[in-house]
Design a protein around this ligand. Structure first.
Ligand code: BGC
Length: 380
């Protein structure tokens, strides 16, 4: 009898909790000004009740800002970016942008698919980088839908015509950004094609968990990467094709290490080639399933970011080419090591590496790359 009363009470409690309205998250469209040619750029602000908000702009389907509370509840913008739309075109750095059609590098701007050779524009020495000079980051995307609720969501779409930037096939691309009340910002890219092609689309947010406007870089952030192997590169940052174990190298972040601890290890050729970290890590576990890949903690603010992803790899880039020539949205100069990127992706130069996971997309199939940036705080 007593047990039955307890079960009844628990059932009543769970029904009551289920009926309690969830915290709501809002998606609010706002104006983000114009490009030089008069094209209007819209922004959609996703915000939740705990003080986290993200601004997504239609230029490049870009994360223009991301404000997250620290351990004292104070929110700061933790991504690099510009205050105006035109700066994204005038001083391109891929800040927060959607990059593709093939993110990262394709050696010599060439690949062969079904016996046909394709030539892509080179914009990184002799290599093709992030879809070339007119990639997805430069396109003005359409807003397909905006939703508020327990999750705030914006869906953006873009059509890249057959042959654009040298790639075969008309690519229909969708980017979905969603913020829930558990401080998870998810990003999902989908694409379909009408001819066989190669695809690798990712987000290029530059994070500084201490705050974009602060004067501390990210060298004392602690990074954990669930990766037993990485793809070593040549001096032009093209993978050699090997998968190298991280054990005993500056690339071993499996137990968590400060980003800056081994970044000046001049005895390591890979660190020299990258001028720090600019390498693709092979994420442990099965690609295609959303699995934990990275965790980053800033000891000062206490902010923690966990990254889950479906992609086979993640490019860890330690902001080595930020050279003090760019002034960011709060009027501060961005310098080397001011931010890090974790870009979920297919491995670089996969179209030319038969041993790497395939970036091929055929008509009738759907490309999906999903990632979740989960925020919390730790310490004190
Ligand atoms: C690349 C870097 C490059 C940067 C450009 C990163 O994904 O790996 O080499 O300089 O993007 O923003």
């Amino acid at each position: 009898m007593r047990n039955r009363v307890v079960i009844f009470a628990l059932t009543a409690l769970s029904l009551f909790l289920a009926g309690t309205p969830a915290h709501s998250a809002e998606a609010t469209p706002v104006d983000f000004g114009e490009l030089q040619d008069g094209t209007r750029i819209d922004a959609i602000v996703l915000s939740n009740a705990s003080g986290t908000s993200a601004t997504i702009i239609t230029l490049g389907a870009t994360i223009q800002s991301l404000s997250v509370p620290d351990r004292n509840g104070k929110s700061d913008d933790i991504v690099l970016g510009y205050a105006t739309a035109s700066e994204y075109l005038e001083k391109p750095q891929y800040f927060g942008a959607t990059v593709g059609r093939y993110a990262n590098r394709i050696a010599g701007g060439r690949f062969t698919l079904d016996g046909k050779e394709y030539s892509l524009p080179t914009n990184d020495g002799s290599n093709h980088l992030h879809g070339g000079p007119q990639g997805l980051d430069k396109a003005v995307w359409k807003v397909a839908s905006v939703e508020s609720g327990s999750t705030a969501r914006v869906t953006l779409t873009h059509e890249s015509p057959d042959g654009e930037a040298g790639y075969p096939g008309t690519l229909e691309v969708t980017a979905i950004y969603a913020l829930n009340d558990r401080d998870e910002l998810s990003v999902e890219y989908r694409a379909t094609t009408d001819k066989s092609t190669v695809v690798n689309i990712t987000n290029h947010a530059y994070f500084n968990l201490a705050g974009e406007a602060g004067s501390d870089g990210v060298m004392d952030h602690r990074l954990t990467l669930a990766a037993d192997r990485f793809t070593p590169v040549d001096e032009t940052l093209i993978p050699t094709g090997e998968l190298q174990g991280v054990e005993g190298t500056p690339f071993d972040f499996r137990d968590g290490e400060l980003i800056g601890l081994r970044i000046r290890d001049g005895g390591d050729e890979q660190i020299r080639f990258g001028r720090g970290y600019d390498h693709n890590f092979v994420v442990n576990g099965a690609a295609g399933t959303l699995r934990p890949a990275a965790r980053v903690e800033d000891p000062h603010s206490g902010r923690v970011m966990e990254v889950l992803m479906t992609a086979p790899g993640v490019q860890f880039y330690s902001g080595n080419f930020l050279d003090g020539t760019t002034v960011g949205k709060s009027g501060r100069i961005y310098r080397q090591g001011d931010a890090f990127c974790l870009e979920p992706q297919v491995f670089p130069d996969s179209p030319n590496k038969s041993g790497f996971p395939s970036p091929r997309l055929d008509p009738g199939d759907r490309y999906v790359n999903r990632m979740v940036f989960r925020f919390s705080t730790a310490g004190r």
